[in-house]
Design a protein around this ligand. Structure first.
Ligand code: SAT
Ligand code: MN
Length: 580
């Protein structure tokens, strides 16, 4: 197979010249191709077959123990002008970056097969979808991309029709962390990644394309590429509203997107549109409309069980690729938080010994098609996307941030998103549990200067008068004994239903300096074991602490110098005035 697109053909030829593969394979995305790759990987040991009786068509992949998460310190945005990448990114001059990484690509595919993966991010017939081609020497990447995107012949047809595509070049190299780089050339719509076979570093359609490159493209084209789940919330009257919610990696986006309402609040239903990435466009009707550019879930395994996320649990019982989980004596996948089974082999492939840490890596993952999700929205693949009623921002905040509060208007909401902070997680290498600013949960993913990004967000107020309401939520507040104050998981519906009612104009709120908070009486606590004092604390603010927070947000906004929009600083000053 080859292509009628001359630019694509030429690029594949050039890459083959540079990387010197033994063979070139154009991926069609067919079942037969997938089976052949799996058979081959079972022979090489890249995949291990799991228990066919309990987990039909499930496989385990163990990545190199030094290659288990995104590497933010090795991820670069390469624009001509350093300021355009901003203090939120690592920057390298494009010429230098190309020279450095091309030297590593030289001969990197000797003895290997070069796979050409045409893919489409988003419903294949959607005007909002975008295509790319990933070249990789990793069959693991091929079988994952097949789940995570619309991969193969249909995507190639669209590329040949549209003529545009994002170029992503990937090689696992020799997996040496010292020769690992994830580089983005947004002006060239190009990604080059070497030295890692893991998730966000290697499945280039995901964070590299659908967030870093797409956010850059979206800025010039007037849309938004965001690190958000998308879900439908259906109330007992049968009305469905859609929300998009930004939380940093490993903060529960997948769990929220698949939520099952508690039995004590009957009549509600949740529909998943997406669990990680959201592309937002102003539709013909003036409403902000969302598509999920992904076709599958690359979710965190630890903690997933029948209680925390029954839908995810059911989704991953068959036809799933597990990465870096442990296994039981009868070859079932196992991770911390799974209620049944005992691990005997840890994620590294060694006999499990608790002295060596957890059995499954804390960032171990499952890859599975969204179609297996029992609550997959019937509108998830609508070409025009779903209309968004509310946008949620949130993170892990042990202290300070109340359970939920509402922005006064769009510009105030942009300030809330920009000022977001969260504790770091195992999704990226580095310290875990450190609070850092993570604007719109995009700190690792925005392909350009945050100052310009906030300005772009603010500009939507000029594009539409039907913009969604904006909220901040925090499921992670802890008391002085480090106990979580809010039960989270399914009970988060109690907050979502308040937001739903606010969108309907059906419920009031108390104005505070930081935004509108629910009255305790308006949070449905039927069947919930929570002390009135705890709820009161979750729904109140500490003015002193918020004055300090506002000051810190101000210092953070100043880090972006003249790129920080004046309007955002005015919003902050308004908050500070209200705080006194
Ligand atoms: O590794 S990924 O970037 O794909 C997952 C995540 O960190 O959100
Ligand atoms: Mn993510």
């Amino acid at each position: 197979m080859t292509t009628t697109n001359a630019a694509l053909k030429q690029w594949v030829d050039e890459v083959a010249q540079l990387t010197q593969p033994d063979k070139i394979h154009w991926c069609t995305g067919s079942d037969a191709e997938n089976s052949a790759l799996i058979s081959q990987m079972l022979v090489t040991g890249d995949l291990i077959k799991l228990n066919e009786k309990t987990h039909p068509n499930c496989y385990l992949h163990r990545s190199n123990p030094t290659d288990v998460a995104r590497v933010e310190h090795l991820t670069f945005i390469c624009t001509e002008n350093k300021e355009d990448a901003g203090p939120n990114n690592n920057w390298m001059n494009p010429a230098e970056a190309n020279a450095k990484i091309d030297a590593l690509f030289a001969g990197a595919m000797k003895g290997r097969t070069l796979y050409v993966i045409p893919y489409c991010m988003g419903p294949i017939n959607s005007p909002f979808a975008r295509c790319g081609v990933e070249i990789t020497d990793s069959p693991y990447v091929v079988i994952n991309m097949r789940i995570m995107s619309n991969m193969g012949e249909a995507a190639l047809k669209r590329i040949e029709r549209d003529g545009v595509f994002v170029k992503g070049l990937h090689s696992t190299g020799d997996l040496d962390p010292n020769k690992r780089f994830i580089m983005h050339f947004p002006d060239q719509l190009t990604i080059k990644s070497i030295g890692s076979g893991y998730g966000g570093n290697a499945l280039l359609g995901k964070k590299c394309h659908a967030l870093r490159i797409a956010s850059y493209q979206a800025r010039s084209e007037g849309w938004l590429a965001e690190h958000m789940l998308i879900m439908g919330i259906q109330n007992p009257a049968g009305v469905t509203r859609y929300i998009a919610a930004a939380f940093p990696s490993a903060c529960g986006k997948t769990n929220l997107a698949m939520l099952i309402p508690p039995e004590t609040i009957p009549g509600w239903k949740i529909w998943t549109v997406g669990d990680d990435i959201c592309w937002l466009n102003v539709g013909k009707d003036g409403q902000l409309r969302a598509i999920n550019p992904e076709a599958g879930y690359f979710g965190v395994a630890p903690g997933t069980n029948l209680k925390t996320n029954p839908n995810a649990f059911k989704t991953i019982q068959h036809d799933t690729i597990f990465t870096n989980v442990a296994v039981t004596a009868d070859n079932q996948p196992w991770w911390e938080g799974l209620k049944e089974g005992t691990p005997v082999i840890d994620w590294r492939g060694n006999p499990y010994d608790p002295k060596n840490g957890p059995a499954a890596h804390p960032n171990s993952r499952f890859t599975v098609t969204a179609k297996q999700n029992p609550c997959y929205s019937p509108h998830a693949e609508d070409a025009d996307g779903v209309p968004i009623s509310a946008i949620l921002f949130g993170g892990r905040r042990r202290e300070l941030a109340p359970l939920v509060y509402e922005a006064r208007d769009w510009a105030h909401g942009v300030l809330i998103g920009a000022g977001m902070a969260s504790e770091t997680t195992a999704a990226a290498t580095g310290a875990v549990g450190v609070v850092r600013r993570d604007s719109m949960a995009m700190k690792p993913f925005c392909g350009y200067n945050f100052g310009d990004y906030w300005k772009h967000w603010l500009s939507f107020a000029d594009l539409s008068n039907k913009l969604p309401k904006i909220y901040h939520v925090n499921w992670f507040r802890q008391d002085k004994d480090n106990n979580f104050m809010w039960p989270g998981f399914g009970d988060n519906l109690r907050v979502l239903s308040w937001i739903f009612d606010r969108c309907e104009g059906a419920v009031g709120a108390q104005e505070t300096p930081i935004g509108n908070l629910p009255y305790a009486k308006d949070i449905n606590t039927a069947g919930l074991d929570i002390q009135p004092d705890t709820l009161k604390e979750l729904l109140s603010i500490n003015q002193d602490a918020w004055r300090t927070e506002a000051q810190q947000i101000g210092a953070y906004l100043d880090e972006f110098g003249s790129r920080t929009p004046a309007q955002l600083k005015e919003q902050l000053q308004d908050v500070q005035k209200r705080l006194g």
